[in-house]
Design a protein around this ligand. Structure first.
Ligand code: PEP
Length: 256
């Protein structure tokens, strides 16, 4: 498999951080630092910041994403945002199935599948998150679990639609904890996911799909992680809120 054929993507997940003025300040700080990036750079931001950030990135190489979307097109779903609403704004990416959504907001593999399909139907690119809990790893079921999450999330997604899907392997025990998976652990599971894609969609799709690692990736450990043969960039939480750190990760992915 030729890693050079795939697009590395570094995506920031701002989570529930930043008011609009703070968001503008952060994007303005990131812009010049990543202007020469050799990878795709994405900022996934809270719904309230989308318009501000879309405006701020105009003329730059930074793409904008949301952190979730609902699976219905419209209707009585108080507090929710549809994929069409995001697409109409000019949002390009959306994170689906983040472990914090699964842990705290009742997200299941089935709803992740529904949201993924809705987002793709609206023309959005999906950053689909999968990953095991610490207990799953200790019970030796990481591969099975992550394979199942991937399969269910992609149920009904066509080969053409898959071109707009990035998968983020995010071991839950590594998110926001400062505990990073080793480069070998990250690569091993990303390779398992690629194998699942190969079985579902064929070799070309498996070779072409971007599979990121996420979980306490930072300016120091990024280079080793993104250099792994099956790791095509990263989904970055905490470090995406510091412009120099985020830029250093983009730089690491540019070097590959
Ligand atoms: C995330 O939120 O997807 C994430 C990987 O967070 P952190 O980098 O802070 O572990």
């Amino acid at each position: 498999m030729n890693k050079a054929l795939r697009k590395a993507v570094i995506a920031g997940n701002w989570k529930m951080n930043k008011t609009r003025p703070e968001a503008k300040e952060l994007v303005e700080a990131i812009k010049p630092l990543v202007a020469d990036a050799g990878c795709e750079v994405v900022a996934c931001v809270p719904f309230t910041n989308l318009e501000t950030v879309l405006d701020a990135v105009k003329g730059s190489n930074i793409k904008v994403g949301a952190e979730n979307c609902h699976f219905e097109k419209s209707g009585a779903f108080t507090g929710e945002i549809s994929a069409d609403m995001l697409a109409e704004m000019g949002v390009e990416y959306v994170i689906i199935g983040h472990s914090e959504r699964r842990q705290y907001f009742g997200e299941t593999d089935e709803t992740v599948n529904k949201r993924t399909r809705a987002a793709l139907a609206a023309g959005l690119k999906v950053i689909l998150c999968v990953g095991e809990m610490l207990a799953d790893r200790e019970n030796g079921i990481t591969e099975e679990l992550v394979s199942l999450q991937t399969k269910i999330a992609l149920k009904g997604v066509t080969a053409e639609e898959l071109k707009n899907v990035i998968i983020a392997y995010e071991p839950v025990w590594a998110i926001g904890t400062g505990k990073t998976a080793t480069a070998e652990q990250a690569n091993e599971v990303c390779a398992v996911i690629r194998n699942v894609i190969g079985k579902l969609y064929g070799k070309e799709a498996a070779d072409g799909i971007t599979i990121q690692y996420g979980g306490s990736m930072n300016a120091k450990n990024a280079a080793e992680l993104v250099a792994q043969p099956d790791v095509d960039g990263g989904l970055i939480g905490g470090a995406s809120l510091k412009a120099p750190d985020f830029a250093a990760i983009v730089e690491a992915a540019t070097r590959g």
